[in-house]
Design a protein around this ligand. Structure first.
Ligand SMILES: NC(=O)c1ccc[n+]([C@@H]2O[C@H](COP(=O)([O-])OP(=O)(O)OC[C@H]3O[C@@H](n4cnc5c(N)ncnc54)[C@H](O)[C@@H]3O)[C@@H](O)[C@H]2O)c1
Length: 346
Protein backbone atom coordinates (compact mmCIF):
# COMPACT_ATOMS: atom_id res chain seq x y z
CA UNK A 1 0.00 0.00 0.00
CA UNK A 2 1.22 3.53 -0.79
CA UNK A 3 2.17 5.91 1.99
CA UNK A 4 -0.71 7.10 4.16
CA UNK A 5 -1.84 10.72 3.89
CA UNK A 6 -1.28 12.70 7.08
CA UNK A 7 -4.33 14.39 8.60
CA UNK A 8 -4.42 17.23 11.13
CA UNK A 9 -7.35 19.01 12.76
CA UNK A 10 -7.42 22.68 13.77
CA UNK A 11 -9.94 23.15 16.61
CA UNK A 12 -10.73 20.16 18.80
CA UNK A 13 -14.38 20.91 19.58
CA UNK A 14 -17.59 19.00 19.07
CA UNK A 15 -17.81 18.98 15.26
CA UNK A 16 -14.15 17.98 14.90
CA UNK A 17 -14.86 15.00 17.13
CA UNK A 18 -18.34 13.91 16.01
CA UNK A 19 -17.78 14.30 12.28
CA UNK A 20 -14.22 14.94 11.10
CA UNK A 21 -12.06 12.65 13.20
CA UNK A 22 -14.83 10.03 13.30
CA UNK A 23 -14.79 9.88 9.49
CA UNK A 24 -11.02 10.06 8.97
CA UNK A 25 -10.59 7.15 11.40
CA UNK A 26 -12.58 4.94 9.01
CA UNK A 27 -10.15 5.45 6.10
CA UNK A 28 -7.15 3.18 5.83
CA UNK A 29 -5.41 5.59 3.45
CA UNK A 30 -5.21 8.19 6.24
CA UNK A 31 -3.18 8.65 9.39
CA UNK A 32 -4.32 10.98 12.20
CA UNK A 33 -1.14 12.85 13.07
CA UNK A 34 -2.20 15.93 15.03
CA UNK A 35 -4.86 18.09 16.61
CA UNK A 36 -4.36 21.79 17.37
CA UNK A 37 -6.47 23.64 19.92
CA UNK A 38 -5.62 26.98 21.53
CA UNK A 39 -6.68 25.26 24.75
CA UNK A 40 -3.87 22.69 25.13
CA UNK A 41 -5.71 20.64 27.76
CA UNK A 42 -8.59 20.28 25.31
CA UNK A 43 -6.21 19.30 22.52
CA UNK A 44 -4.61 16.63 24.71
CA UNK A 45 -7.95 15.17 25.83
CA UNK A 46 -9.16 15.18 22.20
CA UNK A 47 -6.02 13.39 21.01
CA UNK A 48 -6.30 10.75 23.72
CA UNK A 49 -10.01 10.09 23.13
CA UNK A 50 -9.66 9.86 19.36
CA UNK A 51 -6.36 8.14 18.72
CA UNK A 52 -4.64 11.23 17.31
CA UNK A 53 -0.87 10.86 17.59
CA UNK A 54 0.16 14.34 18.79
CA UNK A 55 -1.44 17.58 20.04
CA UNK A 56 -0.44 21.24 19.82
CA UNK A 57 -1.62 24.68 20.94
CA UNK A 58 0.17 26.41 18.07
CA UNK A 59 -0.78 25.68 14.46
CA UNK A 60 2.44 27.00 12.92
CA UNK A 61 4.48 24.67 15.10
CA UNK A 62 2.25 21.78 14.05
CA UNK A 63 2.65 22.53 10.31
CA UNK A 64 6.43 22.67 10.57
CA UNK A 65 6.65 19.44 12.54
CA UNK A 66 3.97 17.36 10.81
CA UNK A 67 3.53 18.71 7.25
CA UNK A 68 -0.02 17.34 6.96
CA UNK A 69 -1.50 16.49 3.55
CA UNK A 70 -5.06 17.11 4.76
CA UNK A 71 -6.33 19.61 7.33
CA UNK A 72 -9.80 20.10 8.81
CA UNK A 73 -10.64 23.59 10.03
CA UNK A 74 -13.10 23.29 12.93
CA UNK A 75 -12.57 26.57 14.76
CA UNK A 76 -15.11 29.40 15.32
CA UNK A 77 -16.21 31.22 12.15
CA UNK A 78 -14.00 34.26 12.72
CA UNK A 79 -10.89 32.08 12.37
CA UNK A 80 -11.89 30.12 9.24
CA UNK A 81 -10.27 32.48 6.75
CA UNK A 82 -6.98 32.83 8.63
CA UNK A 83 -6.79 29.08 9.30
CA UNK A 84 -7.65 28.07 5.72
CA UNK A 85 -5.08 30.48 4.24
CA UNK A 86 -2.47 29.15 6.65
CA UNK A 87 -3.22 25.51 5.73
CA UNK A 88 -3.09 26.26 1.98
CA UNK A 89 0.19 28.14 2.41
CA UNK A 90 1.65 24.97 3.93
CA UNK A 91 0.48 22.90 0.95
CA UNK A 92 -2.40 21.06 2.66
CA UNK A 93 -5.78 20.16 1.18
CA UNK A 94 -8.52 21.67 3.34
CA UNK A 95 -11.97 20.72 4.59
CA UNK A 96 -13.34 23.82 6.31
CA UNK A 97 -16.46 23.85 8.45
CA UNK A 98 -19.32 26.06 7.36
CA UNK A 99 -19.82 28.97 7.02
CA UNK A 100 -16.83 29.47 4.72
CA UNK A 101 -15.96 32.74 6.46
CA UNK A 102 -17.33 35.92 8.07
CA UNK A 103 -17.60 37.95 4.84
CA UNK A 104 -17.69 37.54 1.07
CA UNK A 105 -14.32 39.32 0.82
CA UNK A 106 -12.76 36.61 2.99
CA UNK A 107 -14.41 33.79 1.02
CA UNK A 108 -13.11 35.41 -2.17
CA UNK A 109 -9.57 35.49 -0.78
CA UNK A 110 -9.89 31.81 0.23
CA UNK A 111 -11.03 30.66 -3.22
CA UNK A 112 -8.19 32.56 -4.86
CA UNK A 113 -5.66 31.05 -2.47
CA UNK A 114 -6.98 27.52 -3.18
CA UNK A 115 -6.71 28.14 -6.92
CA UNK A 116 -3.16 29.43 -6.58
CA UNK A 117 -2.06 26.60 -4.33
CA UNK A 118 -3.84 24.06 -6.59
CA UNK A 119 -5.21 22.33 -3.52
CA UNK A 120 -8.70 21.07 -2.75
CA UNK A 121 -10.72 23.45 -0.56
CA UNK A 122 -14.11 22.03 0.43
CA UNK A 123 -16.75 23.38 2.80
CA UNK A 124 -18.87 21.14 4.97
CA UNK A 125 -22.27 21.95 3.45
CA UNK A 126 -23.31 18.37 4.12
CA UNK A 127 -27.05 18.54 3.42
CA UNK A 128 -26.38 18.61 -0.32
CA UNK A 129 -24.80 15.14 -0.04
CA UNK A 130 -28.02 13.52 1.22
CA UNK A 131 -29.60 11.07 -1.23
CA UNK A 132 -32.72 13.28 -1.00
CA UNK A 133 -30.87 16.38 -2.25
CA UNK A 134 -29.12 14.41 -4.99
CA UNK A 135 -32.45 12.97 -6.16
CA UNK A 136 -34.15 16.37 -6.28
CA UNK A 137 -31.18 17.91 -8.10
CA UNK A 138 -31.49 15.22 -10.80
CA UNK A 139 -35.27 15.62 -11.06
CA UNK A 140 -35.13 19.42 -11.22
CA UNK A 141 -32.43 19.20 -13.91
CA UNK A 142 -34.53 16.65 -15.83
CA UNK A 143 -37.51 19.05 -15.78
CA UNK A 144 -39.87 16.92 -13.64
CA UNK A 145 -40.96 20.00 -11.67
CA UNK A 146 -41.11 22.25 -14.73
CA UNK A 147 -40.11 25.83 -14.03
CA UNK A 148 -39.41 26.17 -10.31
CA UNK A 149 -40.52 29.72 -9.51
CA UNK A 150 -40.99 29.64 -5.72
CA UNK A 151 -38.68 27.97 -3.19
CA UNK A 152 -39.41 28.07 0.54
CA UNK A 153 -36.38 27.57 2.77
CA UNK A 154 -36.78 26.87 6.49
CA UNK A 155 -34.11 26.46 9.15
CA UNK A 156 -36.26 27.26 12.13
CA UNK A 157 -35.85 26.38 15.81
CA UNK A 158 -38.39 27.31 18.49
CA UNK A 159 -35.94 27.24 21.41
CA UNK A 160 -32.61 26.14 19.91
CA UNK A 161 -30.05 28.77 20.88
CA UNK A 162 -26.72 26.87 21.03
CA UNK A 163 -25.56 26.72 24.64
CA UNK A 164 -21.93 25.86 23.82
CA UNK A 165 -19.16 27.55 21.85
CA UNK A 166 -19.47 31.17 20.70
CA UNK A 167 -22.66 30.90 18.62
CA UNK A 168 -24.36 33.89 20.32
CA UNK A 169 -21.39 36.20 19.82
CA UNK A 170 -21.65 38.26 16.64
CA UNK A 171 -18.01 39.28 16.77
CA UNK A 172 -16.83 35.63 16.69
CA UNK A 173 -19.54 34.16 14.44
CA UNK A 174 -20.61 36.96 12.10
CA UNK A 175 -24.28 36.44 12.97
CA UNK A 176 -26.86 34.06 14.40
CA UNK A 177 -29.20 31.54 12.77
CA UNK A 178 -28.68 32.77 9.20
CA UNK A 179 -24.93 32.20 9.14
CA UNK A 180 -25.19 29.08 11.34
CA UNK A 181 -28.19 27.02 10.15
CA UNK A 182 -30.01 29.08 7.50
CA UNK A 183 -26.86 28.89 5.40
CA UNK A 184 -27.18 25.07 5.28
CA UNK A 185 -30.68 25.07 3.80
CA UNK A 186 -29.79 28.00 1.51
CA UNK A 187 -26.90 25.95 0.14
CA UNK A 188 -29.11 22.86 -0.30
CA UNK A 189 -31.77 24.93 -2.12
CA UNK A 190 -29.22 26.62 -4.40
CA UNK A 191 -27.64 23.24 -5.15
CA UNK A 192 -30.97 21.65 -6.12
CA UNK A 193 -31.77 24.65 -8.33
CA UNK A 194 -28.35 24.49 -10.04
CA UNK A 195 -27.03 27.73 -8.49
CA UNK A 196 -29.29 30.23 -10.32
CA UNK A 197 -28.11 33.86 -10.31
CA UNK A 198 -29.61 36.10 -7.62
CA UNK A 199 -30.42 39.67 -8.65
CA UNK A 200 -31.71 41.27 -5.43
CA UNK A 201 -32.34 40.43 -1.79
CA UNK A 202 -34.37 41.91 1.04
CA UNK A 203 -34.50 40.79 4.69
CA UNK A 204 -35.79 41.55 8.18
CA UNK A 205 -34.14 40.35 11.34
CA UNK A 206 -35.12 40.38 15.00
CA UNK A 207 -33.59 40.01 18.44
CA UNK A 208 -36.54 39.42 20.76
CA UNK A 209 -35.99 36.20 22.73
CA UNK A 210 -32.29 35.29 22.84
CA UNK A 211 -31.47 38.49 24.72
CA UNK A 212 -34.20 37.80 27.30
CA UNK A 213 -34.40 34.03 27.90
CA UNK A 214 -31.37 32.13 29.13
CA UNK A 215 -31.99 28.44 28.44
CA UNK A 216 -33.57 26.14 25.86
CA UNK A 217 -33.29 22.87 24.00
CA UNK A 218 -29.49 23.14 23.59
CA UNK A 219 -28.51 24.36 27.07
CA UNK A 220 -28.05 27.82 28.49
CA UNK A 221 -26.43 31.10 27.47
CA UNK A 222 -25.93 34.59 28.84
CA UNK A 223 -28.73 36.83 27.47
CA UNK A 224 -26.63 39.94 28.21
CA UNK A 225 -24.04 38.64 25.73
CA UNK A 226 -26.49 37.52 23.06
CA UNK A 227 -25.42 39.82 20.22
CA UNK A 228 -26.77 37.98 17.15
CA UNK A 229 -30.21 37.99 15.49
CA UNK A 230 -32.56 35.33 16.86
CA UNK A 231 -34.65 35.21 13.67
CA UNK A 232 -34.38 36.42 10.09
CA UNK A 233 -36.84 36.43 7.18
CA UNK A 234 -35.74 37.10 3.63
CA UNK A 235 -36.65 37.10 -0.05
CA UNK A 236 -34.07 36.45 -2.74
CA UNK A 237 -35.07 37.42 -6.27
CA UNK A 238 -33.58 35.36 -9.08
CA UNK A 239 -32.55 36.64 -12.50
CA UNK A 240 -34.80 33.95 -14.02
CA UNK A 241 -37.84 35.61 -12.40
CA UNK A 242 -38.26 33.12 -9.54
CA UNK A 243 -37.97 33.79 -5.81
CA UNK A 244 -36.52 32.07 -2.77
CA UNK A 245 -38.12 32.82 0.60
CA UNK A 246 -36.03 32.06 3.65
CA UNK A 247 -36.97 31.82 7.33
CA UNK A 248 -34.41 31.01 9.98
CA UNK A 249 -34.33 31.20 13.78
CA UNK A 250 -32.60 30.08 16.96
CA UNK A 251 -35.67 31.17 18.93
CA UNK A 252 -39.14 31.94 17.60
CA UNK A 253 -42.60 31.27 18.98
CA UNK A 254 -43.69 28.70 16.42
CA UNK A 255 -45.22 25.30 17.14
CA UNK A 256 -42.61 22.87 15.77
CA UNK A 257 -39.43 22.51 17.80
CA UNK A 258 -37.31 22.44 14.66
CA UNK A 259 -37.75 22.47 10.89
CA UNK A 260 -34.82 22.08 8.48
CA UNK A 261 -36.36 21.73 5.06
CA UNK A 262 -36.91 23.21 1.63
CA UNK A 263 -40.01 23.17 -0.55
CA UNK A 264 -39.76 23.71 -4.30
CA UNK A 265 -42.82 24.83 -6.29
CA UNK A 266 -42.64 24.31 -10.04
CA UNK A 267 -45.31 24.79 -12.69
CA UNK A 268 -45.54 21.02 -13.28
CA UNK A 269 -44.87 19.61 -9.80
CA UNK A 270 -43.67 20.50 -6.32
CA UNK A 271 -41.18 18.84 -4.01
CA UNK A 272 -40.14 18.67 -0.38
CA UNK A 273 -36.48 18.02 0.34
CA UNK A 274 -36.39 15.92 3.54
CA UNK A 275 -37.42 13.22 2.90
CA UNK A 276 -37.48 13.79 -0.85
CA UNK A 277 -41.04 13.80 -2.12
CA UNK A 278 -42.19 14.99 -5.54
CA UNK A 279 -45.88 15.54 -6.00
CA UNK A 280 -48.43 17.07 -8.28
CA UNK A 281 -52.16 17.46 -8.30
CA UNK A 282 -54.72 15.61 -10.38
CA UNK A 283 -58.42 16.46 -10.19
CA UNK A 284 -57.81 18.06 -6.80
CA UNK A 285 -55.96 15.04 -5.36
CA UNK A 286 -52.33 15.00 -4.34
CA UNK A 287 -50.44 12.61 -6.61
CA UNK A 288 -47.00 11.35 -5.58
CA UNK A 289 -44.51 11.10 -8.44
CA UNK A 290 -41.54 10.00 -6.40
CA UNK A 291 -40.85 9.57 -2.70
CA UNK A 292 -38.11 8.48 -0.34
CA UNK A 293 -39.34 6.79 2.84
CA UNK A 294 -36.87 8.43 5.14
CA UNK A 295 -34.39 11.30 4.89
CA UNK A 296 -30.80 10.21 4.39
CA UNK A 297 -28.92 10.47 7.70
CA UNK A 298 -25.54 9.60 6.22
CA UNK A 299 -25.11 13.04 4.66
CA UNK A 300 -22.32 14.21 6.94
CA UNK A 301 -20.35 11.05 6.32
CA UNK A 302 -20.88 11.51 2.56
CA UNK A 303 -19.64 15.11 2.68
CA UNK A 304 -16.38 13.99 4.31
CA UNK A 305 -16.13 11.03 1.94
CA UNK A 306 -16.48 13.26 -1.14
CA UNK A 307 -13.69 15.52 0.14
CA UNK A 308 -11.27 12.67 0.84
CA UNK A 309 -12.07 10.97 -2.46
CA UNK A 310 -11.44 14.23 -4.31
CA UNK A 311 -8.08 14.62 -2.56
CA UNK A 312 -7.30 11.05 -3.66
CA UNK A 313 -7.95 12.11 -7.26
CA UNK A 314 -11.55 11.01 -7.90
CA UNK A 315 -13.75 13.32 -9.97
CA UNK A 316 -16.50 13.62 -7.35
CA UNK A 317 -18.56 16.72 -6.53
CA UNK A 318 -17.61 18.67 -3.45
CA UNK A 319 -18.97 21.92 -2.00
CA UNK A 320 -16.08 23.84 -3.48
CA UNK A 321 -14.50 27.22 -2.84
CA UNK A 322 -16.32 28.88 -5.76
CA UNK A 323 -19.77 27.84 -4.53
CA UNK A 324 -18.73 28.68 -0.96
CA UNK A 325 -18.03 32.21 -2.14
CA UNK A 326 -21.45 32.50 -3.81
CA UNK A 327 -23.25 31.37 -0.64
CA UNK A 328 -21.17 33.66 1.59
CA UNK A 329 -21.93 36.59 -0.70
CA UNK A 330 -25.67 35.91 -0.37
CA UNK A 331 -25.44 35.70 3.43
CA UNK A 332 -23.53 38.99 3.50
CA UNK A 333 -26.10 40.67 1.25
CA UNK A 334 -28.97 39.39 3.44
CA UNK A 335 -27.39 40.80 6.60
CA UNK A 336 -26.71 44.09 4.83
CA UNK A 337 -30.32 44.27 3.61
CA UNK A 338 -31.64 43.57 7.14
CA UNK A 339 -29.27 46.08 8.77
CA UNK A 340 -29.92 48.87 6.27
CA UNK A 341 -33.64 48.15 5.91
CA UNK A 342 -33.50 48.20 2.11
CA UNK A 343 -33.14 45.71 -0.72
CA UNK A 344 -29.65 45.05 -2.03
CA UNK A 345 -28.86 44.44 -5.71
CA UNK A 346 -26.14 41.95 -6.49
N1 LIG B 1 -21.56 21.32 9.47
C1 LIG B 1 -22.30 21.45 10.56
O1 LIG B 1 -23.45 21.06 10.61
C2 LIG B 1 -21.70 22.08 11.80
C3 LIG B 1 -22.20 21.73 13.05
C4 LIG B 1 -21.62 22.33 14.17
C5 LIG B 1 -20.60 23.26 14.02
N2 LIG B 1 -20.15 23.59 12.78
C6 LIG B 1 -19.09 24.60 12.60
O2 LIG B 1 -17.88 24.13 13.16
C7 LIG B 1 -17.16 25.21 13.76
C8 LIG B 1 -16.84 24.84 15.20
O3 LIG B 1 -18.04 24.58 15.90
P1 LIG B 1 -18.10 23.59 17.16
O4 LIG B 1 -19.55 23.39 17.44
O5 LIG B 1 -17.24 22.43 16.99
O6 LIG B 1 -17.52 24.57 18.29
P2 LIG B 1 -16.67 24.21 19.57
O7 LIG B 1 -16.70 25.44 20.42
O8 LIG B 1 -17.14 22.91 20.13
O9 LIG B 1 -15.18 23.98 19.00
C9 LIG B 1 -14.32 25.01 18.56
C10 LIG B 1 -12.92 24.68 19.05
O10 LIG B 1 -11.98 25.61 18.48
C11 LIG B 1 -11.01 25.91 19.46
N3 LIG B 1 -10.30 27.14 19.11
C12 LIG B 1 -10.70 28.42 19.31
N4 LIG B 1 -9.75 29.27 18.86
C13 LIG B 1 -8.76 28.51 18.34
C14 LIG B 1 -7.50 28.80 17.70
N5 LIG B 1 -7.09 30.07 17.51
N6 LIG B 1 -6.74 27.76 17.30
C15 LIG B 1 -7.12 26.49 17.50
N7 LIG B 1 -8.30 26.15 18.11
C16 LIG B 1 -9.10 27.15 18.52
C17 LIG B 1 -11.81 25.98 20.74
O11 LIG B 1 -10.99 25.87 21.91
C18 LIG B 1 -12.75 24.80 20.58
O12 LIG B 1 -12.20 23.60 21.11
C19 LIG B 1 -18.03 26.46 13.60
O13 LIG B 1 -17.59 27.20 12.50
C20 LIG B 1 -19.41 25.90 13.31
O14 LIG B 1 -20.21 26.75 12.48
C21 LIG B 1 -20.69 23.00 11.67
Amino acid sequence: MSKKLKVALIGGGQIAEKVHVAYYATRQELELVAVVDSDLTRAQAFAERNGVARFYADAEEMYLAEQPDIVSICTPNKLHCEHVLQALSHGSHVMCEKPPAMTAAEADQMRQAARQAQKVLAYDFHHRFAADTQLLRQQVAAGTLGEVYVTNIQAVRRCGVPGWGVFTDKEQQGGGPLIDIGIHMLDAAMYVLGFPEVSRVSAHMFQKIGNVKRSGQFGSWDPARFTVEDSLFATLELKNGGILRLETSFALNVKPQSVMNVEFCGDKAGATLFPAHIYTDEDGQLLTLCQREKADDARHHKSMQAFVNRVLGEEVDIADAEQGYIIQRLVGALYQAAEEGKSISL
